[in-house]
Design a binder for this molecule. Structure first.
Ligand SMILES: *[C@@H]1O[C@H](CO)[C@@H](O)[C@H](O)[C@H]1NC(C)=O
Ligand SMILES: *[C@@H]1O[C@H](CO)[C@@H](O)[C@H](O)[C@H]1NC(C)=O
Length: 252
């Protein structure tokens, strides 16, 4: 068999294409051969079922009287809450999440549409939660762009007064809401990371590495940090707060 230069180049290109193709795993696919080529947040992109999420029959309790809405970041999807949401559900929260900002021909990634369009999706989803759960307010956890969309909903799309608490991991918040921002020193999207902070009264700002110096989570993976989860739960329900520190990984 005789290899021509062209056929070798073609084969190399084919190989390259399939390696690049592997960077976005097909829905449901999970194999270790492709894992090495996946971006750090790829786990958040895989199709997963989060048991108990978006359960409109969930019973609100005195301890957790409001539904909790989780809104993902740019390029991610509701699957990015695969670690976070089950823990909150286990702790008795009624947890809801959507994937916003999808483009039709890009099946896996969300958070790509213009902010106004995505904010409208969030607004519709949130208003439906309030209606179905028969309450006037929810709590809101936003990751990056997810925080900005919450603010947009409250400011421009009728969401004013509908959020009791807003927590942002690397993001933005609306005035008049009990708000907390958590930043990470290894933020490659929000630079400098201090830009996550708001100096308005009533806003708590915290740096992940001040809670646990060893935390290496960057912008997209910070919501998978147990320290961040503990911090968020403390803010949502101060009565059951436990110190958020490096030990949170073992004692959530
Ligand atoms: C939804 O919530 C109801 C009430 O708590 C519960 O009985 C049911 O099992 C839940 N469904 C799922 C799919 O978790
Ligand atoms: C909704 O909530 C209101 C006020 O708490 C209550 O009076 C009403 O019965 C509730 N409706 C349903 C369908 O549960």
């Amino acid at each position: 068999m005789k290899f021509t230069f062209t056929s070798i180049v073609a084969a190399a290109l084919l190989l390259l294409t399939s390696v690049q193709g592997a960077a976005v795993p097909p829905i449901g696919a999970q194999n270790s051969a492709t894992a090495a080529t996946l971006p750090p947040h790829a786990n958040s992109l895989q199709k997963r079922t989060i048991s108990g999420l978006n359960n409109y029959s969930c019973k609100l309790t005195a301890a957790h009287p409001r539904p909790l809405l989780l809104v993902h970041a740019t390029l991610l999807s509701l699957e990015s809450w695969w670690e976070f949401a089950p823990i909150l559900i286990k702790h008795g929260y009624c947890v809801f999440a959507l994937t916003y900002g999808r483009y039709k021909d890009i099946p896996l990634f969300g958070g790509l549409a213009p902010v106004e369009d995505s904010a409208q999706e969030v607004a519709d989803f949130a208003d439906n939660i309030l209606k179905q759960m028969n309450v006037t307010q929810l709590d809101y956890v936003g990751h990056s762009q997810g925080g900005i969309l919450g603010r947009y909903w409250m400011k421009y799309l009728g969401g004013a007064g509908k959020v009791n608490r807003q927590l942002n991991a690397g993001g933005d918040f609306a005035p008049g809401v009990i708000a907390s921002n958590i930043a990470t020193r290894f933020d490659e999207v929000v630079t400098p990371y201090e830009n996550c902070y708001q100096n308005d009264p009533g806003v708590t700002n915290v740096l992940l590495q001040d809670l646990c110096l060893l935390s290496i989570n960057e912008h997209l993976t910070m919501i998978n940090s147990k320290v961040v989860m503990r911090y968020v739960m403390n803010q949502l329900d101060p009565s059951t707060a436990k110190t958020a520190n490096c030990l949170s990984a073992f004692n959530l």
